[in-house]
Each structure stands twice: as C-alpha cells, then as structure tokens.
Design a protein around this ligand. Structure first.
Ligand code: FAD
Length: 378
C-alpha cells in the first residue's frame, strides 16, 4: 500500500497550502472576530481550481480526484475552518450537480461554481424539525402547469444567504424517504428568503441561515435527478461530504497541534520548557497518533470513492473518528496553553470553537455510528 501522494495530489496540496499560508491564515482571526464572509478568499480558491477539485475539466473543475480534494480541504481548514466549510459545501454542490444533473443543468451551474462566478453553492436539506431524520421533512413542492411551487422552511443552511445556486430538497409525494425530490433554486428567486444569520460558537466567518420558501416558483427544469429520487441523492452526497468534514477536522487539529508543540518548546515553568514534562509529552503523543489515524481513515475513504468502490461506511468511520479525535486534540491544545489557551491572543480557543461542530453537521457522531453498525450487521 502506497501512502505517498502522486504528482497531481502533491501539486493540489502544495497549491492549497501556499494559498492558505500566504493569504488565508493571516486573515483568519479577524474574519472570525468580525464574522466576515470571505468573498475574496473564495474567489481565490476558485481561481486555483479548489472549488471543483473532483469536477471534470470540461465543467471548469481541476479533475484531480477525491484524495486531492481531501488533502486540499485539510490545508484550507488548517488556516481557516470557516473558509473550509464554505469550500466543502461548494465542492459538494458542484459534484452533486455534475453527477446527477441534466446536461443543461451541469453546463449551466457547475462552471459558475467552479469559476467563482458564484461565491458559493448551498445544500438545503435540514429543517427545523428534521435534522438527523431528513426523511421527515415538511417542505413541499407542488407541480403546476408551468413548474413547481416550493413551500416550507430550511434550517442551518451554510452559505444560504450568499450562494448563487442552492440544491433544495422538498416533498413531492407520500411520506418518509420516498417522495422527496431535489430542485436547483437560483439566488434571488422570488419567494425564497434567507433569515437571520446564526450567532454561532465557531465557524463565525461562515454564513449559516434559515431559509423560507413562501410560494417560491421554479420552472420544470429546476427538478433535478428525477422526481421522488431526491433522498438517495442526498444520502450519496452526504457520504462524499463526510470525507470533506473528516478532512476539515484533520486540518483544524493539525494547526492546533503544531501551535501546541511550538508553545510547549517555548513556554518555561519550573526552569524548563513545559515540553520536558511527561504530562505534556503524552498529550502531544496521543494527539499526533490520533491525527495520523484520522488521516489514514480519511485517505482510505477518499481513495475508495476515487476508484468507484463502495465507501459509505468508510466515510462514516473517517468522519466519526476524525471529528471526535480533533475535538479531543483541540481540547488538549487549550490545556497545553494553560490560561493563554483561553484567550484570543492565541488561536487555540478559535480552533476549539471551530472544531466543535464537526461531530454535529453532515450527520452527528450518533448517526455515523448508526451507518457503520448497519453496514456491519447487514
Ligand atoms: C454550523 C452548521 C452548519 C450546517 N450546515 C448545513 C447545511 O449546509 N445544510 C443542511 O442541510 N444542514 C446543515 N446543518 C445541519 C446539520 O446537518 C444538523 O444540525 C445535524 O444533522 C443534526 O440535526 P439537528 O441539529 O436537528 O439535531 P437532532 O437531529 O435533533 O439531534 C439531536 C441529538 O439527538 C441525536 N439523535 C438524533 N437521532 C438519533 C438516533 N436515531 N439515534 C441516536 N441519536 C440520535 C443526535 O445525534 C443529537 O445528539 C448545519 C448545522 C450547523 C450547526
């Protein structure tokens, strides 16, 4: 088994790392503090091909595969987790349209996402009463002679106020997971309204909003992936999305651990650097081991997806393990910094706030365990 990235993967990783170090990292603390949506940074990501890493070149993507995507995502998250989640959702939306859209839908929307013409894409599945259980969604789409009318509410939609195109799930038939379809809704469509930006613990430079659909009319051509076929599409998209979130968690934890290691070298107590105390060494050793295990799980899931093999359970394992390990690591990193870990002078507290959501979105840890156990027991 070869763990070395190939030439393309190395190039994408270096490109992402260079942009992250040079442009994103110096702004990350201010973006977080001021809750600034990073429009210019996102355009820069698109210019580098990072808004469509696993998208065919014919649609404006980098066509560099899933492993490259995972590596790039970790590099961006290492600098700014808010930028990373915006990139993750945009890549996911571009991929889902590229895979399930009609030729017209693909050629219309994917290049606008990959080129940065659209600042972002959005994935509108969750609702106020339907989070872990999206099959219980209440948003409806009614067919009329000239299109569909969407009515209902979505919740927690990343980039919902800034996305050029949103993939929106709505009920078109019976109950449960059957009878759900998905629609491509362009920004500014009358009847679709973004609510108040959520005041979040972390990822404060990402945009998270509720969306209201009040007799929102879309043409027949907005239906996407087949009538009543939407739930399967959501689940397949989330399988891939989980590789992205695992990679995001890895990036945040990598930054945190690097900073803690440096701090442990510099900080002196009892006449020696705190890195000489075994208690600190063990925290670093455990964190490094868990981080490497996370990377291997994420790269395995990415590699399976890239080679067209089943990867759902492996993506869930990667997301479960990497997000929980990253939370442990970021918590230890605050501990290693002592009181300085608790104030904004150091990035440790931001990493801890940012990483917290990784065990919640794109399926909570409890839902990942359900996916893994279902596959093991079937
Ligand atoms: C910052 C942020 C960004 C987000 N971005 C998006 C987005 O872009 N698009 C989108 O569609 N959604 C998005 N989400 C929503 C996210 O995916 C949901 O929050 C998540 O799926 C959990 O749903 P919930 O919040 O309704 O919690 P609930 O489903 O109500 O869960 C509450 C608790 O119950 C547990 N639980 C629920 N069901 C079970 C079960 N069967 N077995 C065991 N435990 C269970 C959960 O694990 C959790 O601990 C985002 C959320 C956040 C916080």
């Amino acid at each position: 088994m070869d763990f070395e990235p190939n030439e393309t993967q190395t190039l994408i990783q270096r490109t992402a790392r260079d942009y992250a170090e040079r442009v994103i990292k110096p702004q990350a603390a201010a973006l977080d503090r001021d809750e600034t949506f990073p429009f210019e940074i996102l355009k820069g990501l698109a210019d580098l091909g990072l808004m469509g890493v696993n998208i065919p070149a014919s649609l404006g993507g980098a066509e560099a595969g899933v492993v490259s995507y995972s590596l790039a995502m970790s590099e961006i998250a290492r600098a700014c987790a808010s930028t990373a989640v915006t990139m993750a959702v945009t890549n996911m939306v571009a991929e889902v349209i590229a895979r399930f859209g009609t030729t017209e839908q693909r050629e219309t929307y994917v290049p606008r996402l990959t080129s940065g013409e659209y600042a972002a894409g959005a994935f509108a599945l969750s609702e106020p009463e339907a989070g872990s259980d999206p099959g219980s969604m209440r948003t409806t789409a009614e067919r009329t002679s000239d299109g569909w009318i969407l009515r209902g509410q979505k919740q927690w939609i990343t980039s919902g106020a800034h996305a050029g195109v949103l993939v929106v799930w709505a009920r078109t038939g019976g109950t449960g997971t059957k009878g759900i379809s998905c629609f491509l809704v362009e920004a500014g469509t009358p009847g679709m309204k973004a609510g108040k930006h959520e005041d979040k613990l972390g990822l404060r430079a990402s945009n998270t909003v509720p969306l209201t659909f009040d007799d929102c009319k879309v043409p027949h051509s907005a239906l996407f992936g087949g009538e009543n076929e939407g739930f399967k599409i959501a689940m397949m998209a989330l399988d891939g999305g989980r590789i992205g979130i695992a990679s995001q968690a890895i990036g945040i934890a990598t930054a945190a651990l690097e900073e803690a290691t440096e701090y442990a070298r510099q900080r002196k107590q009892f006449g020696k650097s705190i890195g000489e105390f075994q208690a600190i060494q063990w925290m670093i050793a455990d964190s490094k081991t868990e981080l490497d295990a996370s990377r291997m799980l994420a790269l395995r899931a990415a590699s399976l997806k890239e080679s067209g093999k089943p990867f759902s359970s492996e993506a869930a394992m990667a997301k479960l393990y990497a997000s929980e390990a990253a939370n442990r690591i970021c918590n230890r990193v605050v501990q290693i910094h002592g009181g300085y870990g608790y104030v904004r002078d150091f990035p440790a507290e931001r990493h801890l706030r940012d990483v917290r959501v990784t065990t919640i979105y794109e399926g909570t840890s409890e839902i990942q365990r359900t996916v893994i156990a279902r596959s093991a027991l079937k």
